[in-house]
Design a protein around this ligand. Structure first.
Ligand code: GDP
Ligand code: IMO
Ligand code: MG
Length: 422
């Protein structure tokens, strides 16, 4: 039995959804512990594409229970939409979904404030998903947030909402934005509350009982290590702890019950939004975009792309305590003749092996590369390590060695079956 934390080891969109879907086969429960519907996790199964935003990617497998933990911020209207959309695709959602009553709510004024702050930042904007994530976590930290438990009590919710709307509408008006209708939000949220009521529970108690029964829990990270509010490339980050520790605080499962940490990383690097990306490379971005790849699952934005950054991935191994590595999108490099790996940064004439904490310094870092020969053939049909060309095995082993964790999975395509278990 192993309780597993899965984290993104880069800047998000590493292919966590796909790997969670594969690992769910051996788990009983899949839990989201942080983030909100800024996340977009893609699973392709049976020729159907599913994009999960708030619901754990384990929902696609029958007999598994999915939990949205206390650390997640929930837009109830968006969540109802997600449940409906999945049901339309034939996914069964009933007793297999639980929502923490302690999770904070994302309200329409959070989204409006997110948008206004971005607008006012101009060129210094973060490039958020505009889902209201920063302002919602801001309210949580300021102890002025509304939670699922409030939403479950109509009268109390309406009273609290009225006060919050008054405050936030005056802020929005001061920023030159349109105020939001209290009546409409109240009505929409109370309607969503009734849809969500059957799923709401004390998920901490549920998870602890499950642990006592020896059930196996998979913690599905959202975003990635360098978007972590504490350890990421601040201020170009999201507003939650995306690293392994977030799995404990965001679910109420204590650290000593965690058995292993799996880090997911692409065979190259991508980032959506602003902030430094030392290995960014226009040619590799063009190649991937021409293949129809690397467009955001949440906002549809073209992702910025670059070579594999081992300075970043080594740091990610340290922060998260990554034991095992899953490398995804190895097939993305099928056509590249010579593949670069960043092994150090050069900052102001000095070579460094740890990413600087300062955003402006990181922006000035120049990558120091080694080059490895490519394999120049399609690997999408590989199912065993022995099916891969030597160059592909060499490359995967090299980036795992540089990262400092054991390579246990390689993904060569988006579908469930396109996975090599080592
Ligand atoms: P997540 O947010 O970490 O779950 O990742 P996203 O779903 O946002 O982005 C990953 C993208 O890569 C999705 O379009 C996946 O379908 C796709 N994907 C995942 N693994 C592989 C792979 O090994 N090969 C290919 N070609 N696509 C993959
Ligand atoms: P998944 O779980 C990639 C990025 C945004 C922006 C920054 C802050 O699919 O990997 P926010 O809306 O959170 O305030 O935006 O974080 N971002 C992500 N990038 N994958 C994600 O999630 C992301 N969630 C947020 O693009 O740069
Ligand atoms: Mg994503």
């Amino acid at each position: 039995m192993a309780n597993t934390i899965l984290v993104g080891a880069q800047w998000g969109d590493e292919g966590k959804g796909k790997i969670i879907d594969v690992l769910t086969a051996n788990a009983d429960i899949v839990v989201r512990s942080q983030g909100g519907n800024n996340a977009g996790h893609t699973v392709i199964e049976g020729g159907q594409k599913y994009i999960l935003h708030l619901i754990p990617s384990g929902i696609l497998r029958r007999g598994k229970v999915c939990v949205i933990g206390n650390g997640v911020v929930i837009d109830p209207v968006a969540l109802v939409g997600e449940v409906t959309g999945l049901r339309e695709l034939g996914v069964k959602i009933g007793k297999n979904l639980l929502i923490s009553d302690c999770a904070h709510l994302v309200l329409p004024y959070h989204r409006a404030l997110d948008e206004q702050r971005e607008l006012r930042q101009g060129r210094a904007k973060i490039g958020t998903t505009k889902r209201g994530i920063g302002p919602a976590y801001g309210d949580k930290a300021a102890r002025t947030g509304l939670r699922i438990t409030d939403l479950m009590q109509a009268e109390l919710f309406t009273t609290k909402l009225r006060a919050k709307m008054l405050e936030n509408n005056s802020i929005l008006e001061a920023l030159g934005a349109k105020p939001i209708s209290f009546e409409k939000v109240n009505e929409d949220f109370l309607a969503a509350a009734e849809e969500l009521r059957p799923f709401v529970a004390n998920t901490v108690v549920y998870l602890h009982r499950a642990l006592q029964q020896g059930k196996e829990i998979l913690f599905e990270g959202a975003q990635g290590t360098f978007l972590d509010i504490d350890h990421g490339t601040y201020p170009y980050v999201t507003s939650s702890n995306t690293t392994a520790g977030g799995a404990c605080t965001g679910t109420g499962v204590p650290p000593h019950r965690m058995d292993r940490v799996v880090g997911v990383m692409k065979a190259y690097t991508t980032r959506v939004g602003e902030g430094a990306l030392p290995t960014e490379d226009a040619a590799i971005a063009e190649m991937l975009h021409e293949m129809g790849r690397e467009f955001g699952a949440t906002t549809g934005r073209a992702r910025r792309c670059g070579w594999f950054d081992a300075v970043a991935s080594r740091y990610a191994t340290m922060i998260n305590g990554i034991d095992e590595l899953a490398i995804t999108n190895l097939d993305g490099l099928d056509t590249v003749g010579s593949i670069k790996i960043c092994v150090a940064y050069r900052l102001d004439g000095k070579e460094i092996e740890v990413p600087p904490s300062d955003a402006a310094q990181l922006e000035r870092c120049e990558p120091v590369y080694v080059e490895l020969p490519g394999w120049k053939q399609s690997i999408e049909n590989a199912r065993r390590l022995s099916d891969l060309p030597n160059e592909a095995v060499e490359y995967a082993r090299r980036i795992a060695d540089l990262t400092g964790a054991r390579l246990t999975m390689i993904s060569v395509g988006p579908a469930r079956g396109q996975t090599l278990l080592l």
